[in-house]
Design a protein around this ligand. Sequence first.
Ligand code: TMO
Length: 324
Amino acid sequence: MKSKSLPLIIGAVIIIAAAIFFMQGGDKTAKKSGDSSQPIVIPTHNWSSQIVMAYVIGGIFEDMGNNVSYVNADSQAVYESIRIGDVSISHEVWESAFGKSFTTALDKGGLLDWGDHEARTLEDMGYPNWVVEKGLCPGLPDWTALKNPDCAKNFTTPDSPDGKGRMLEGPQTWHGDLIPQRVDALGLGDLWWVKFAGSADALWAELSAAEKEGRGTIIFNWTPNFTDGAGFTFIDFPPYTAGCRPEDGGDGKCGSPDGYLKKAVHEDFPKTHPGAAAAFKKMSFSTSQIGAMAALVDVDKMTHEDAAKKWLADNESVWKAFTK
Ligand code: TMO
């Protein structure tokens, strides 16, 4: 009995081993690079380029044989989540909005600076060019034009307290009271009030509503974005200097910095996923590439996932180079 069942057992072991080997066929690259089969956790936030790029990078990691999962995360708290290892990476660390949370996590330990994208960034208040072409606020983009009551009155909306001009800021989760503080610090508080939008989409809806109603509009916006080259101008506030913001002890009388766009990883990521970590270190997107990712959603109205698939299909030579 014993001598008869032994070949059967050996045969079964070989078949199971072969089955496991073939089942892992799709995993070849990851195996070669030594990446764990544990999912790489990629955060999604609430502006289009970031979400599209999450799926673009996830798609690249998957092409390398990795497993990926996505988690919707608060764009400030995410750096602590990366530091403690709940989230693997961040692919859009915008200096103006998130530099402080990023640096805090970096200093505490557990998060690594994984380099900059080629694109530089600006996140600030601005206006569509027709606002100036219609003569609604002569003197823009110099911020001192906002001191003129004849300018402010062209920006009032029915919800404006005391008929003040309205500035539509992004969601408060992006940078707290930065803009209301600045408006007050610059002595503009008697003429202007700052409303927070509930979403990025509300900013784009405001652009078309204001144009239809023939009233001026000032909104928070950023570059790279789909509005690059589409007739949008950022206001020239007094220049940013290190420490000028109230949260850094300054008087708040300053605009936003010419900022970096960084990547970050949890400190164990290069050990658990050396192949993906090396590719992510090389990843660098330009202003026009990031603007295009946003435009696929905000202009062409694609879903974020479909936009990422299209971007990957159209730019294979760009991203394949990161994986080598
Ligand atoms: C972080 N953001 C790009 C919305 O300014």
